[in-house]
Design a protein around this ligand. Structure first.
Ligand SMILES: [Zn+2]
Ligand SMILES: [Zn+2]
Ligand SMILES: [Zn+2]
Length: 450
């Protein structure tokens, strides 16, 4: 089996004043010979210098003294590209003679560029209001990057080859290191929002990276729990969880030499999956080559299972939790990836309603032991990107005509209704056959996407 080539970083030819910005220079000097710093080099992996764009509007951090957490205002994000016409994707390569996209090259493997509609900026505007002791206000200084996984518009991580995902792991590692090394960046969150129901406004396969000027609440809470466990038991909380899941076995989804994927005991979403390295490592930086490859492999297995679960590309939120980058040591923390798919069934979504939004307590309509068994039994083979069938196991063969919007007629009431008797849809036979109708909601969603 071949190893992933180390990602090469390139900055394409200048496209306006922004191309000479510090970030472009930094990346060229950090990585590659000048000869590679041409658009042609984007055939490997590259970075695009940030646009100065992003519109006008307000961007600031406002402190919520009640919950003791920051809220980010980013009013300019309202102006962002919203479902552009199918024949113009701003994330596709710029075809010769065609309208220029975000990527001034006719092909690429992986590209990273700064979000044009960022929630955080390297040089944020002054806050629109004055703060005081109770209502603290800070400039939203940070960085938001977009990571294009592939030049193929219809691709996804699930349909990428392991070698491509491994290259992406290298890129994530590079970005975590570089962004995390900045003195004003305390936390680097690598994530992907996938699917219209999650609020994705551009369907081209991509993820995002938010480099925060503070440690956001969920990771902060995990860090605190891990520190407490470490100090009271002398062990890593996540290593203990991993040991328990492996010993129990009922919630395992997949595993390889270096990683284990489980529906955690405490899953909040029916098909929530966490991927943990077997070895105690705090961040991507600590992975050996083999482990980076192992991560790519298990990501592909989990994502293929997801796509075969109901016979359509499953929407999800993927986040990576790793050590904070605020200059402190986190020997007690343990890297992991978390997936939150919103689907309870092929046609019903989990909404964050009164109990989740108002109390912060999740109600999971399913048992992790059962959904894990379903995912375990779901073939990890390739579902055709065009929503066809798998040549190996036939997943997705049935109900083909019902997919993608046909036979739908599903109102919002059905989606939000609680207590519907769809527990049987979790049966393995149905789920693994890919036989569930997969008409997806095409309602317009407010999103938080690039
Ligand atoms: Zn595209
Ligand atoms: Zn550990
Ligand atoms: Zn976590």
């Amino acid at each position: 089996m071949g190893r992933a080539p180390k990602a090469a970083w390139a900055v394409p030819a200048a496209r306006g004043p922004a191309a000479t910005s510090a970030i472009g220079a930094l990346r060229v000097s950090a990585a590659i010979p000048a000869a590679l710093a041409t658009p042609a080099a984007l055939a490997t992996a590259g970075t695009v210098a940030p646009e100065t764009g992003g519109g006008s509007g307000v961007s600031e951090l406002r402190w919520n003294p009640v919950l003791a957490e920051w809220v980010v205002t980013a009013t300019h994000r309202q102006e962002r590209t919203y479902h552009p016409p199918a024949d113009f994707c701003p994330l596709c390569p710029t075809r010769p003679g065609a309208h220029p996209t975000e990527v001034p090259a006719d092909d690429y493997e992986i590209v990273v560029f700064e979000n044009k509609f960022p929630s955080f900026r390297r040089t944020p505007p002054e806050p629109s209001v004055e703060g005081d002791d109770l209502y603290q206000v800070r400039p939203s200084k940070g960085i938001c990057e977009v990571v294009l996984y592939s030049s193929k518009h219809n691709g996804s991580l699930a349909t990428s080859d392991v070698v491509d995902i491994a290259r992406l792991v290298d890129v994530w590692t590079d970005r975590y290191e570089e962004l995390g090394s900045l003195d004003y960046i305390d936390y680097v969150l690598i994530f992907e929002n996938k699917g219209e129901v999650i609020g994705v406004t551009l369907e081209h396969p991509h993820g995002q990276i938010y480099a925060f000027p503070f440690i956001p609440p969920r990771p902060a809470r995990e860090l605190e729990s891990a520190a407490r466990h470490w100090h009271s038991t002398g062990r890593c909380l996540f290593c203990d969880i991993l040991g328990k899941e492996i010993a129990d076995g009922r919630r395992l989804v997949a595993q390889n030499e270096d990683f284990v994927a489980v529906v955690p005991f405490f899953a909040r979403y029916p098909y929530e999956v966490h991927i943990l390295p077997r070895r105690h490592v705090a961040s991507l930086l600590d992975f050996a080559d083999d482990e980076r490859w192992g991560l790519a492999e298990i990501l592909k297995v989990v994502l293929q299972k997801y796509d075969n679960l109901f016979g359509f590309p499953l929407p999800y939120i993927m986040v990576m939790h790793q050590a904070a980058t605020d200059g402190r040591e986190y020997p007690y923390y343990h890297y992991h990836v978390e997936f939150y798919p919103p689907n309870r069934t092929a046609t019903k979504l989990k909404y964050l309603a009164g109990c989740e939004s108002g109390a912060g307590t999740f109600i999971n309509d399913t048992l992790p032991e059962e959904t894990a068994a379903t995912l375990r039994a779901t073939a990890p083979c390739k579902l055709d990107p065009a929503y066809g069938t798998c040549g190996k196991c036939g997943a997705g063969a049935e109900d083909r005509g019902k997919r993608r919007g046909k036979g739908g007629g599903r109102g919002k009431g059905e989606l939000t209704g609680e207590g519907e008797a769809d527990g049987k849809s979790l049966g393995e036979g149905e789920a693994t056959g890919g036989a569930r109708a997969a008409e997806r909601s095409v309602e317009v969603k407010e999103g938080s996407e690039a």
